[in-house]
Design a protein around this ligand. Structure first.
Ligand code: G3H
Length: 478
C-alpha cells in the first residue's frame, strides 16, 4: 500500500501484492509512526527462489571483493548514522545517544567482519593419511570451508541494526545469501540499513528483506525448505523455531536471567556502579542486563545504600531527550513487568524505589529481600526492574544461578581472583564477567547462551565459522 515502506527483493524496493500493511507503533506516544508492507507467503517463496539463484555466483565472488563490499556498507552506515538512529528512537524508544552508538558499533562490526573474514575463511587445511593407524602416506585431504546457502536472519527489537549486521556480515562474507526478517519494532531502521548494503553495491538478490505479520509469514519463513541456516535472537519463540527447524544449523540467542553475585570482599563502589548501569541501561531491555543481584548478607545493606542514590538519579522520560529510562517496547511488555512487580509486592519484597507507570514508561524499580518464591527471582522482566536476593553463602548464590534455565551471562564481584575463577567455573552460564556487568561486546568475543538460552556461539569469528560447512577433497596418490 502506498505510504508504507517497501520491502527489498532482488535489488528492488517493492510493494506487496497483499495491499495490506503492518503498523509500527511508537512506544513513547503509542501512536502509529510508520507502516510497512504485509508480505504474503507467495512473496516469501519468490524471495527464497531469488536468494537461491543468486547464491552460487555470490559464493564465487572473491573473498577480498566480498570484504570490500562489507567495508563500503560500513562506511555508508556511518554516513547515515543519524537518520537510522532517529528511526531507532521512534520505533524502539532507545535513547538517542545509545541509538547512535548502535549504528556506529554496527559499522565497526562490519569492518571487523571483513578483516577477520578474509583470514578465517581464507585458510584451508591439508591432512596426511599416515597419522591414522593402518594408513600409508598415499592420501591427501584438502579441507576448505564453503557457504551453507541461504541464511535466514531474525534479529530482535532491542538491537534491530546491530543484531542484524552481526548475522548478515558473517553470512555474506562466507558466501551465503541472506533473507532478513527484521523485528516489527525496528523494521524501518532495518530497511534503512539494507539500503546501505544496496548502495554499497552488493549484487541483486544477495540480501533480501521481507516484512509482514508473524502470524502470516513467521512459521512459513522458519520452516521453509530453502532455508539452510537460521540465526535468531529473541525470546521463547526461538524454542519453537528450533523444534520445527529440521536439519539446518541454528544460531539462537533467547535471552538470559543474568545474575550478579556480590561477595563479602567485593569493591562495593565498583559493584554498585556496574549494577546500576548493567541493570538499567536501555531500561533493562537487554539479554545481558543484570537481572538479579545475589549479595552476601554481610555487605547487603552497604551495597544497597550505594545503589539506591544512583537509581534515584536516573532520568526518566523520552528517548529524544536522551533520558536514561525510556518507555518499554509495548503495552504488553509494560503489563508483564507490572505483573512481576505486583507479585513481588504481594509476597513481601521491600521497595527501595517507588514503582510508577505512565503508559509504557516505568520508573526504575529496585526491590530488596526478594525470595525464591517470587517470580522476579526467576523470570526476565526485560524492563527497568531490579530484584535483590540476600544470600548467606556464595554456594547459595551459585545454586540459584544454576537452577535457572535461561543462562546467558552472569557476573561476580570479588577482589580475590582465585575465588572469582572458582565461582566462574561453577556458574553454568555462557559468559561470566569478573568485576564488571554482563555485556556481549567487544563484538568479536564469543557469545553463547546455555540451556534454554541458546544454541551455537556468536561473536564475529564464531559466526564466520558457524556459517560455513566443511568440504573435503581427498587426493589418492598412486
Ligand atoms: O540483548 C541482547 C544483546 O545481545 C545484548 O547486547 O550486551 O551489547 O547490550 P549488549
Amino acid at each position: 500500500p502506498s505510504g508504507a515502506y517497501k520491502y527489498f527483493i532482488n535489488g528492488d524496493w517493492k510493494e506487496s501484492a497483499s495491499g495490506k500493511s503492518v503498523a509500527i507503533v511508537n512506544p513513547s506516544t503509542r501512536q502509529t509512526a510508520y507502516n510497512v508492507q504485509a508480505c504474503t507467503q507467495a512473496e516469501v517463496n519468490e524471495m527464497f527462489e531469488i536468494s537461491r539463484s543468486s547464491q552460487k555466483q555470490w559464493a564465487q565472488t572473491p573473498l577480498w571483493k566480498r570484504a570490500e563490499l562489507l567495508k563500503k556498507a560500513a562506511t555508508l552506515l556511518r554516513e547515515h548514522a543519524l537518520p537510522i538512529a532517529s528511526c531507532l528512537v521512534t520505533e524502539i524508544a532507545k535513547p538517542s545517544r545509545d541509538s547512535m552508538t548502535e549504528v556506529i558499533r554496527s559499522a565497526d562490526l562490519l569492518d571487523y567482519t571483513a578483516e577477520e573474514g578474509v583470514r578465517v575463511l581464507g585458510q584451508g587445511k591439508i591432512l596426511n593419511s599416515d597419522s591414522f593407524p593402518g594408513n600409508g602416506r598415499n592420501k591427501l585431504c584438502l579441507v576448505s570451508k564453503v557457504a551453507l546457502g541461504v541464511v535466514l536472519a531474525i534479529p530482535p527489537f532491542n538491537y534491530p541494526v546491530n543484531l542484524a549486521v552481526s548475522k548478515i556480515g558473517p553470512a555474506l562474507m562466507a558466501g551465503n545469501v541472506v533473507v532478513l526478517k527484521p523485528p516489527t519494532q525496528g523494521v524501518v531502521a532495518g530497511l534503512h540499513m539494507a539500503q546501505c548494503f544496496h548502495k554499497a553495491g552488493f549484487p541483486k538478490g544477495v540480501l533480501n528483506v521481507i516484512t509482514g505479520k508473524g502470524s502470516e509469514i513467521g512459521d512459513f519463513l522458519t520452516t521453509h525448505p530453502s532455508v539452510n541456516c537460521i540465526s535468531f535472537t529473541g525470546g521463547d519463540t526461538g524454542i519453537s523455531i528450533s523444534k520445527k527447524a529440521g536439519m539446518v544449523p541454528l544460531q539462537m540467542e533467547l535471552g538470559g536471567k543474568d545474575v550478579c553475585i556480590v561477595c563479602e570482599d567485593a569493591n562495593l563502589d565498583l559493584a554498585a556502579k556496574h549494577i546500576v548501569k548493567g541493570g538499567f541501561s536501555y531500561s533493562g531491555q537487554r539479554c545481558t542486563a543484570v537481572k538479579l543481584v545475589l549479595v552476601h548478607d554481610k555487605v547487603a545493606d552497604e551495597l544497597v545504600s550505594k545503589i539506591v542514590p544512583q537509581v534515584q538519579k536516573l532520568s526518566v522520560g523520552m528517548p529524544e531527550n536522551d533520558c536514561d529510562i525510556t518507555p518499554v517496547i509495548s503495552e504488553t511488555s509494560a503489563n508483564f513487568i507490572q505483573g512481576l512487580v505486583l507479585d513481588a509486592k504481594e509476597k513481601g519484597a521491600k521497595f527501595l524505589t517507588e514503582f510508577k507507570r505512565e503508559g509504557n514508561l516505568l520508573w526504575p524499580t529496585l526491590l530488596d529481600h526478594v525470595t525464591p518464591a517470587m517470580r522476579l527471582a526467576w523470570e526476565e522482566p526485560f524492563g527497568p526492574v531490579l530484584p535483590i536476593v540476600r544470600v548467606q553463602t556464595v554456594e547459595q548464590a551459585i545454586e540459584h544461578c544454576n537452577k535457572n534455565n535461561i543462562a546467558l551471562q552472569g557476573c561476580v564481584f570479588t577482589q580475590d581472583i582465585n575465588r572469582a575463577i572458582m565461582i566462574s567455573d561453577a556458574m553454568e552460564t555462557g559468559t561470566v564477567q569478573i568485576n564488571a556487568a554482563p555485556a556481549r561486546g567487544p563484538d568479536h568475543f564469543p557469545f553463547q547462551g546455555f540451556r534454554d538460552s541458546g544454541i551455537g556461539s556468536q561473536g564475529i569469528t564464531n559466526s564466520l565459522e558457524m556459517m560455513v560447512k566443511t568440504k573435503s577433497t581427498v587426493i589418492n596418490l598412486e
